[in-house]
Ligand binder design. Sequence first.
Ligand SMILES: N[C@@H](CCC(=O)N[C@@H](CS)C(=O)NCC(=O)O)C(=O)O
Length: 210
Amino acid sequence: MTVDLYCFAQSGNAYKVANYLNVAGVPWTEHFVDFFNGEARSPEFREINPMGEVPVLVDGDLTLTQSGVILDYLIDKTGIYATQKGDEREVLRWILWDNHKGSSQFGVTRFMINLLPEKMRNDDVNSFLLGRSKAALQVLNTHLEGRNWMVGNAPTAADFSCSSYLFFDEPFGMDRSKLPHIEAWLKNIRQLPNWKHPYDLMQGHPLPRT
Ligand SMILES: N[C@@H](CCC(=O)N[C@@H](CS)C(=O)NCC(=O)O)C(=O)O
């Protein structure tokens, strides 16, 4: 099995899938999407994903978008890091939380305060976003107290989904010294076989202007 992944280095959403493929040992071919020059919104890319987003996974005739759907597909197909029977809804619950309150906040906050050109940044907007990110991090930290993994006793799609943005070093409201349960969990994920940082796994870092 070899799959194609459309992605770029700064995308935590793409990293959810790239990280899974890498630690699960699934061969994949990288297709770099030049997000910062507008490629994700180009008519050509919208033929691949009308939503104009990465990640996109292509497996033969099948094209899938949305990281949660892609993880579900890959785990179903490979059986690696499969959800224990009975835990399916709990995994889904955290993926939905992550897409709404976790990664969506971390990703936008990190983009607005680090990656957006400085003259376009807005302090009021950023302080609102930082508040949303910090609140989500608290929820995650509390959930992870006394747990090695998000759901059950082994990694699942919920771990790949909820952790992805937290491996980036650019600020987005994460005071690591105050989030010990998150830090311990990220260490567990870093110890999965062959784990790599997003910037070592996907192309596009550093940005030409930084
Ligand atoms: N819920 C989606 C989010 C995907 C997403 O927002 N991707 C970003 C990159 S991290 C993107 O491609 N955005 C394109 C744009 O906003 O123009 C998922 O989990 O796949």
